[in-house]
Design a protein around this ligand. Structure first.
Ligand code: HEC
Length: 198
């Protein structure tokens, strides 16, 4: 075999290997796998098309930001606990820079409430999780024209009975109006989060 045909053989082998690699990669992107992250490694919870998935690891890897106890109906007892988490690096960046960094991920867990007279007094605690609100900071406006992205954030809502699907469809009607009072704080109700204070 001369050098030229050796070269051709090597090229052929390389092409075959590339084909195998591509097939393996394709095979692993089956429907049950987590969606591929955005190209610039923006967020592990966002695909390149801006689809947001629920951070299932938040209780292991996120830190507690703070909580709100809420009576959702006028003149009725507390009926929800809102417990908010963020990633440690987001909290560190906020304390340093006074703002949320690109990719910052906020999870608000909404639970029912248990209440009983304990030895401390009338005590309330977080019962079963009903749903999760998620906000993901996008400082670069990556998803123009996507109704779940705007005002510098991606917005999502997951229900406990179907936790893998974002049921929000348009943040401007599903989320934005309610967050207008927090606009000056980048749409986040920071007053309830002692972990953000220096
Ligand atoms: C009924 C009004 C209302 C709606 C609708 C609403 N929010 Fe909120 N949200 C609030 C308020 C008020 C807080 C903070 C106080 C609390 O939870 O009681 C909050 C807090 C949050 C938090 C915790 C971080 C923060 O901003 O303080 C996230 C995350 C969040 N909302 C995401 C969303 C998303 C995503 C949507 C739409 C799918 C949405 N919210 C819709 C009123 C609302």
């Amino acid at each position: 075999m001369n050098t030229k045909s050796l070269g051709r053989l090597a090229a052929g082998l390389l092409a075959a290997m590339a084909l195998v690699a591509a097939t393996v990669a394709l095979g692993s992107s089956g429907r049950d796998d987590p969606p591929a992250p955005a190209a610039d490694n923006f967020s592990p919870y966002v695909t390149k098309d801006g689809v947001i998935s629920r951070p299932t690891d938040y209780r292991d890897t996120f830190e507690y930001l703070g909580s709100y106890a809420v009576a959702t109906k006028p003149d009725r007892p507390l009926d929800e606990m809102h417990v908010v988490y963020a990633r440690p690096e987001d909290i560190r960046a906020y304390r340093r820079d006074g703002k949320f960094p690109d990719g910052a991920t906020l999870v608000k867990e909404v639970t029912g409430i248990g209440s009983e007279r304990l030895t401390t007094g009338q005590s309330h605690w977080a019962a079963d999780v009903k749903l999760w609100f998620v906000m993901i900071k996008d400082a670069k406006g990556r998803f123009p024209g996507n109704d779940l992205w705007g005002d510098g954030w991606g917005w999502a809502l997951f229900l406990a009975k179907e936790p893998a699907r974002n049921v929000a469809t348009d943040y401007s009607s599903d989320c934005r109006t309610c967050h207008v009072p927090a606009r000056k704080d980048d749409w986040v109700y920071v007053r309830g989060y002692p972990a953000l204070k220096k």
